[in-house]
Design a protein around this ligand. Structure first.
Ligand SMILES: [Ca+2]
Length: 278
């Protein structure tokens, strides 16, 4: 009984030494398993928190960016609205200005009509003056008669312009005032005209545009006199960048000598008309 008991005890002891480690081992695994799920859960939650946090940061950044864009758009819209208001105001101002200018243009047209009438009146006055002189001088006007404010020299009347025109415009202006661009034939005429034009360019009635040969504006031939021209002129220069053609029109230079120049150039001019004699 004792042995059996001892054996039992031994067995029990054996059982005790042999079986005791097993529960220790299974207890560690059990604890690992017991903490595994909460640990994983906590890790996943932590990862979710981090991801959500990062995502939240990105979202906040995106929302801020959108907010800025909306703010900018609002500002742009306000500026556009202001510009539109300003444009409407400008349109109203322009409309008022156009209506005002329309009235002014009507006034200018009326003034031009009056000027035209004055020009006609001026010619009538000049003619009356001439008739009066003839009456006073028993039927002859000693110095002839010229349009008002024109200079008289020998048997011609001269108009030295202060405005500048192209050669063609100057020719037309003279023709429109019953005269022509000046034709200079005698030394006395040259000297008289040069005295009145020194220091400024003036068109004269000389051109080679029609035939290539220099001729006066009334198509009488010009006899070349080199001393009346500046050295090296006329040269028919073409590098003036003033359009088609070369220098086909003649003008008096600062020193009173001739130069050929492109006809489109603008300068003063001289008109001439034969004075009215009895
Ligand atoms: Ca020239």
């Amino acid at each position: 009984m004792t042995t059996e008991y001892h054996d039992d005890v031994e067995n029990d002891n054996s059982s005790f030494w042999n079986k005791e480690p097993a529960p220790v081992y299974f207890s560690g695994v059990s604890r690992f398993r017991r903490w595994l799920f909460p640990g994983l859960t906590a890790t996943i939650i932590l990862i979710l928190i981090i991801v959500l946090g990062a995502s939240n940061g990105k979202t906040s950044s995106w929302l801020w960016s959108v907010d800025q864009k909306v703010s900018n758009l609002t500002g742009s819209l306000s500026a556009a609205q202001q510009l539109t208001k300003d444009a409407v105001k400008d349109i109203h101002r322009l409309k008022f200005s156009v209506e005002s200018n329309k009235d002014q243009l009507t006034s200018v047209a009326d003034a031009l009509k009056q000027l035209s009438a004055l020009d006609s009146l001026s010619r009538t006055v000049a003619s009356l003056k001439c008739s009066l002189e003839r009456t006073i001088n028993n039927g002859s006007a000693s110095d002839g008669c010229c349009p008002l404010n024109w200079e008289i020299f020998a048997s011609s009347c001269y108009m030295f312009s202060r405005t500048t025109l192209s050669w063609d415009e100057a020719r037309d202006w003279c023709n429109g005032h019953e005269s022509h661009l000046v034709i200079l034939k005698t030394d006395k005429e040259w000297d008289y005209v040069i005295q009145h034009t020194m220091g400024a360019f003036h068109w004269v009635g000389l051109t080679d545009e029609r035939t290539g040969e220099w001729e006066w504006v009334n198509q009488t031939p010009y006899i070349m006199n080199r001393r009346r021209w500046r050295p090296g002129q006329p040269d028919s220069w073409t590098d003036h960048n003033l359009g088609r053609g070369d220098e086909d029109c003649a003008h008096l230079h600062n020193d009173g000598r001739l130069n050929d120049l492109h006809c489109s150039s603008k300068m003063r001019f001289i008109c001439q008309v034969h004075s009215q004699r009895s």
